[in-house]
Design a protein around this ligand. Structure first.
Ligand code: C2O
Ligand code: CU
Length: 469
């Protein structure tokens, strides 16, 4: 089926064959800065035929926003109002969800829960909301996400801080993973039971900003804010920048105390983001590899950092680590918090033990809610304005990035041990058979989705609604 990714980036083409050598593509334009921002955007979702594998390969039939993949980067200033008119020129209904944004429930983009689906072939819907938090967010459909996101519908939303961070470049890498056939088309095996019951739809082709990357040009001495965003359906990335020590300054958009992750590995499950400071500590002309080694024995090169042989900057990378101002998120009161237990079951192996019922592959507290279930009866009702601790218990043999809409939460413990950093995130990656406690103030009223962001798991039951009232 889908061959494992191993060896180098070139072999990452898998199904396409090793002959695929992508030419250098200048996908990494420096971010435009200090320009006036539009006060209204239009996103048109439509089929398009684009080259993502390079000129030696056939073009790929995709579904995209505004004719490109990933969709355009939407920028807004913190505290300002974003208005986006969505036009649906797809052959099926869609919605747009604003992942990680603490916005009013009616703007959350969940079909049958917060809005009717935007009809196929010409339907429109205008999203309008204030962005309270600065950082790196993203947008994607919330209807048949396992199909629509895989077909190319995803883009970044950057909420700019009031104060510009002192870096030479602000760079975005949208990481995606595709299951490509030899003819350059996206495999249409979306209903695969194997994917649903195992680790989701892992592809054979990894792209950065919609192309097969070759080199990323770096200048010795420069300091880069690198925004990493994983829009893959299922692939978890663990990125190592050989010869470098990137420092994480924000997770899921939210600023954190700067830290160097264990082993220099930046682990990003689907939906997750990390903003890192990448200092050009190499010498002119040097080349260093960026490796993804999340799956043991299947490490491959994502891209090469290629230092300009001639240029050297005035070592701005030697300065103190820049810090982002915190976002206005309320801190939970762990002592007064109400406690709730949420158990995830199912998947291959789980099913052999008799789980789950109701025809789903996965279940949350024994309930399996697929996308055709429009009842959205809440799994939990959380008292509005109070602090809550949810104990998440992964009683399965698989990894799950668990995402809550409309709130950011702190991961306060793992397997009963207090977390030292207690990161503020919107998605918590739960390893097999592990537990985590997350805490937050339920300060955003409404019915919010709570689901696994492996989109094949979400589609096969690992989804629920949490009511804040
Ligand atoms: Cu990024 Cu409910 O999703
Ligand atoms: Cu999952």
């Amino acid at each position: 089926m889908h061959g494992p990714i191993d060896g180098t980036r070139r072999r990452a083409l898998g199904a396409l064959g090793a002959a695929a050598l992508a030419p250098m593509v200048p996908v990494f334009a420096p971010a435009a800065r200090a320009q006036p921002l539009p006060d209204r955007y239009t996103l048109r979702a439509a089929p398009a035929r684009l080259s993502i594998l390079g000129p030696e390969h056939p073009q790929t039939d995709l579904w995209v926003y505004n004719g490109r993949v990933p969709g355009p980067v939407l920028r807004v200033r913190q505290g300002e109002r974003l208005r986006v008119e969505v036009v649906n020129d797809l052959p099926e209904a869609t919605t747009v969800h604003w992942h990680g944004l603490r916005l009013p429930n009616a703007m959350d983009g969940v079909p049958h829960l917060t809005q009717p689906p935007i009809a196929a072939a010409g339907g429109r819907f205008t999203y309008e909301f204030v962005c309270p938090d600065a950082g790196t967010y993203w947008y994607h459909p919330h209807l048949r996400g396992n199909v629509q996101v895989e077909m190319g519908l995803a883009g970044a939303l950057i909420v700019e801080e009031a104060e510009r961070l002192a870096v030479e470049r602000d760079v975005l890498w949208v990481l995606d993973d595709w299951r490509m056939l030899r003819d350059g088309q996206v495999a249409q095996d979306f209903a695969s039971m194997r994917d649903a019951a195992h680790d989701g739809r892992i592809g054979n082709t990894v792209t950065i900003n919609g192309t097969l990357p070759d080199e990323f040009a770096v200048e010795a001495g420069e300091r880069i804010r690198l925004r990493l965003l994983n829009v893959a359906n299922a692939r978890i990335f663990a990125l190592r920048f050989q010869g470098h020590t990137p420092t994480v300054i924000a997770q899921d958009g939210m600023p954190c105390e700067p830290y160097v992750p264990d082993g220099g590995r930046i682990v990003l499950g689907p939906g997750m983001r990390a903003d890192v400071i990448l200092d050009g500590t190499g010498k002119p002309g040097e080349r260093h590899r960026v490796i993804d080694d999340f799956f043991a024995g299947q490490a491959y090169e994502v891209v090469t950092l290629a230092y300009d042989p001639r240029k050297r900057r005035r070592v701005s990378s030697a300065g103190p680590m820049p810090r982002l101002a915190p976002n206005p998120v309320s801190e939970p009161d762990l002592v007064a918090a109400e406690r709730h237990r949420i158990v995830f079951t199912g998947g291959m192996m789980g099913m052999m033990g008799g789980m789950p019922g109701m025809g789903g592959v996965w279940a949350i507290n024994g309930r399996s809610a697929g996308e055709s279930d429009h009842s959205h009866a809440p799994l939990l009702t959380l008292a509005h304005g109070r602090s809550h601790v949810l104990e998440l218990v992964n009683d399965t043999a698989w990894w799950h990035p668990i995402h809550l809409h409309g709130h950011s939460f702190r991961i306060v413990s793992r397997n009963g041990a207090r977390e030292s950093r207690q990161p503020l995130v919107d998605t918590s990656l739960l390893p097999p058979r592990e537990r985590a406690e997350i805490a937050f103030v339920a300060d955003n009223p409404g019915d919010w989705m709570f689901h696994c962001h492996v989109l094949e798991h979400q589609a096969s039951g690992m989804m629920a609604t949490i009511r804040v009232a």
